[in-house]
Design a protein around this ligand. Structure first.
Ligand SMILES: [Zn+2]
Length: 885
């Protein structure tokens, strides 16, 4: 027995490389896993580990290999009945030698309960003291729970055997096959049915007193076949009153109807459970038969339609993975985009086609794509088809390119080959590769076969070259406003070489005319854009107060407006009938602002258009954008005026919103958000909390109350004893997290010092607690103080990376990056700003730092620089305006 508890999780061998995994797959082939987990004492907080015994049946053509395992201790191992020397275990890998052609390896270990959301997470509910467990493994944290070959192309049939309290829900990806109880009846040992061939990262177990709501889905197909699936949705017992299980199950059934028909391959995983879990790091995870979701999807209070739409899209995204990702899996992490782009596209497509959220594409255009545009303009952007040499790089690629740009490219592909051919290609792909692993070429071949088109040129320009296309219109108008000519300039540059990319775009040009103060589309011209300059002959002769490229959002590109159109949009955006077009125009304004072409003050002059907007989703997006415009892109001396303007606008929006509407809730959230940086809203928030200023119909639920207290805390306008009292009234996980965030949001040097210390040194804080701490610390009201921590930040980076898990280190690196504001009257250029200089110096001095850490720092330095440049041009614009006025 060897005690390896002193080995941290970041021994050098934790970072698996592509090359060594590819070599392992050449010699090893897995038949089955039997994973026995002893969770009998999980409810005892003094017990911090559990027993894990894994039996792996595999063949080998070579004499040796290794298995992956991050355990507190390896208790022992045998290979084909003979003891294995476990003294060579290094905390991440157990070497295995003396392999036969057919092998049975048994590894017994003690593994730690996780508090970071990685591996087997354990959570104790403050409401009732109940213990909840769930696993999260992507990309490579199954090895924190059991010994395995941690790479997606070594699939095996998994049999999970879990011992836990008998009165708990004990679930895995497959149905329960058998159950025994111990003599007292207190403990149950559940053996689950073996899975079909599966990759390690999508295996799953959950256990605890979860509440389960069941249903069935069934289908009788035209070919006479039929299928019935048990459905379940689960949540913590203390969340049941907020659990709208009927709505969740309805979207689930709608999705299964759609995918069953569209994919032509029966749902392959037996049953379909969806469990909502606490302290979850991401939105959701596609474990076949047991999908895990964040509890953020279960608001305490009335959910708005934008919220429900986002949730439906996520449910459908994960469901698409049952086929795309789970049934057919990427060979290595460079194929991550294969599953994520496709699932992301399906999430929005099926929401629009098969649920009540028929306007889902508006959200995709105004919200989801923004994520991609932002990422695609960072120095570290990469092609959708990315090269991923190792695991750390893989983890950093769960990003806007892999998800949103990839989905946008596939959306353009769907327009290019047609929907029918697109789904025919998908059907062929599933039929050809079920339970196997694939690469990009396999999908391309299926799509080419189904569409009869050569897609290599398209794929090269869209998927294999990084960077964003820019589209700019050059309209020539006669004296009467009628177009005499319209030319589109297309710019796209390959970032590494600086060479022009000829990326083909199929897009729509929308021409709009002002009629009775409303912008009305009078022409819709479909246009192929190839090469640098494209003439749009059909546009001539139309009156066009607004020329909008990529109307209807078929393509992915940064679009510009000509000055005349921009001025018209500023005053009439809300009068356009199509919400998709309005969403696009807000997205264009946002890109322009980030480029320093649209000063924040000018952006805020369009706020009356938000007041006139009736789509709650667009209002929420536009207001979020406005807040960032002020806090990040406006020069410091303009902020107070702009903040006051935001508070006043939010107050008006709240006053005029219909009682009980989503708009009312969105405006209330905006007023709360704006008050965090402007004291004008303090009386409003106090009135919300004490009931003296609550607009009719507004449900001031627990979550909204905490948001208000957090904003007041940022203004130093609520006493600590009042926060304590509020916590005593709402001592739930959500209440505790909000409380922590509120306390961390307080300005003042002592409070900030306390927050910094706790976030950076207290390793007992959980993932959610750490997120709350750093979010509070980054509150703009205390930003001036935060700059004092710049030195400590850069000095701490490598230490955090070495001593914390990837999730926790990433929260610290992202959340605590110092703000960069241009000092008033400073002559210094943005590149000479101390934060930018410190960041560049750190990068120069840490060439050998892990690539994933360097990537985060490179991006933050670039974002800081972008903000400083925008601040500077806004200051120049103000000076110009002042001199003209
Ligand atoms: Zn996904």
């Amino acid at each position: 027995m060897v005690d390896w508890s002193v080995v941290t999780a970041t021994t050098p061998t934790t970072n698996l490389t592509h090359a060594e995994c590819a070599a392992r797959a050449q010699t090893v082939s897995v038949q089955s896993y039997r994973v026995e987990l002893d969770l009998a004492r999980a409810a005892d907080p003094d017990v911090d580990s559990y027993g894990s015994t894994t039996t792996i049946a595999f063949t080998s053509s070579g004499p040796e290999t290794w298995v992956d395992l991050i355990a507190d201790r390896v208790l022992g191992a045998t290979l084909n009945g003979e003891p294995v020397d476990v003294s060579t275990y290094d905390g991440a890998r157990l070497p295995v030698t003396g392999l036969a052609p057919d092998n049975e390896l048994v590894v017994r270990a003690e593994c730690a309960y996780s508090r970071t959301g990685e591996g087997l997470h354990r959570f104790t509910d403050p409401v009732d003291g109940a213990t909840y467990l769930y696993t999260h493994f992507e990309p490579t944290d199954a090895r924190r729970v059991f010994a395995n070959f941690e790479q997606p192309d070594l699939k095996g049939a998994f049999t999970f055997v879990v011992t836990a309290p008998a009165d708990w829900e004990i679930v895995s990806g497959q149905p329960e096959a058998s159950r025994t109880t111990d003599g007292s009846g207190a403990l149950a040992t559940v053996t689950f049915a073996p899975t079909p061939p599966l990759s390690t990262y999508i295996t799953a177990v959950a256990a605890g007193p979860y509440r389960r709501f069941g249903d069935t889905w069934s289908v009788r197909r035209a070919d006479g076949s039929a299928q019935e699936i048990e459905l379940g949705v689960l949540c913590r017992a203390s969340m049941v009153e907020h659990f709208d299980h009927e709505a969740l199950l309805e979207v689930t059934r709608q999705g299964l109807d759609f995918f069953d028909a569209a994919f032509g391959y029966p749902y392959p995983w037996g049953k379909y459970d969806q469990v909502f879990v606490p302290e979850y790091n991401i939105g959701a995870m596609e474990n076949p038969g047991l999908v895990t979701f964040t509890e953020q999807y279960l608001p305490r209070g009335k959910a708005t339609r934008p919220h429900l739409m986002g949730r439906a899209s996520t449910i459908l995204h994960e469901m698409a993975h049952m086929w795309f990702g789970d049934l057919v899996t990427m060979r290595w992490w460079d194929g991550l985009w294969l599953k994520e782009s496709f699932a992301d596209l399906m999430g929005w497509h099926v929401a629009a086609e098969a649920t009540e959220f028929t306007d889902a594409w508006t959200r995709f255009a105004s919200d989801r794509k923004t994520f991609a545009y932002r990422q695609d303009q960072l120095p570290t952007t990469h092609p959708v088809v990315a090269r991923v040499d190792d695991l750390e790089a893989a983890r950093q690629n769960f990003d806007g390119i892999t998800y949103a740009k990839g989905a946008s490219a596939l959306k353009q592909l769907m327009a290019y080959v047609g929907q029918e051919a697109f789904f025919a290609g998908a059907r062929r792909y599933f039929a050809d590769h079920a339970f196997g692993n694939t690469e990009f070429e396999d999908l391309l071949a299926a799509l080419e076969g189904a569409s009869g088109r050569d897609l290599s040129g398209w794929a090269g320009a869209w998927l294999e070259l990084a960077g964003i296309s820019e589209l700019e219109p050059f309209p020539e108008r006669g004296a009467d406003g009628v177009l005499t000519r319209l030319v589109i300039r297309h710019t796209a540059v390959e970032l590494s070489s600086g060479e022009r990319i000829d990326r083909p775009h199929r897009l729509v040009v929308g021409l709009y005319e002002l009629v009775d103060d409303r912008l009305v589309r009078t022409a819709r011209i479909e246009q192929d854009v190839v090469g640098e300059m494209t003439e749009v002959p059909e546009a001539a002769g139309h009156r066009a107060d607004l020329v909008l490229l990529n109307d209807d959002d078929l393509t992915y590109a940064k679009v510009h407006l000509d000055p005349h159109s921009a001025a018209v949009v500023r005053d009439h955006l809300a009068s356009i009938e199509s919400p998709l077009t309005r969403g696009l125009l807000w997205s264009i304004a946002w890109n322009s602002l980030r480029d320093g072409n649209l000063p924040p003050r000018e952006f805020l002059r369009a706020l009356p258009q938000v007041l006139a907007e009736q789509d709650a989703s667009i209002v929420a997006t536009a207001l979020g954008t406005a807040a960032q415009a002020v806090e990040v892109y406006a020069p410091a001396e303009q902020r107070d005026e702009l903040r006051a303007h935001l508070v006043a606008t939010a107050r008006s929006g709240l006053a005029q919103a219909p009682a009980g509407s989503d708009l009312q809730k969105v405006w209330a959230q905006a007023l709360i958000g704006a008050t965090a940086t402007c004291a004008d809203g303090v009386p409003d928030l106090r009135g919300l909390l004490d009931g003296s200023r609550v607009p009719e119909g507004l449900d001031v639920d627990d979550d909204l109350r905490w948001s208000a207290r957090r904003a007041l805390a940022a203004q130093d306008a609520i006493a600590l004893v009042d926060l304590d009292a509020a916590l005593a009234d709402d001592d739930t996980m959500t209440g505790r997290t909000f409380y922590l965030r509120a306390v961390a949001s307080r300005p003042g040097a002592a409070a900030r010092r306390q927050t910094w210390e706790r976030a950076t040194t207290d390793e007992s804080v959980t993932n959610d607690q750490l997120r709350a701490l750093v979010a509070g610390f980054a509150e703009p009201a205390g930003a001036a103080a935060a700059a004092e921590y710049a030195e400590a930040y850069f000095a701490s980076l490598t230490g955090w990376w070495e001593s914390r898990s990837m999730t926790m280190a990433t929260i610290l690196v992202n959340g605590l990056f110092p703000r960069a504001d241009l000092a008033e009257g400073a002559l210094r250029r943005p590149v000479e700003h101390p934060v930018v200089v410190a960041g560049k110096e750190w990068l120069a001095a840490h060439e050998e730092a892990p690539a994933a850490l360097r990537r985060l720092v490179v991006d933050h330095v670039d974002l800081a620089l972008r903000a400083l440049v925008a601040q500077q041009s806004a200051r120049l614009a103000a000076a110009e305006e002042g001199s003209q006025g």
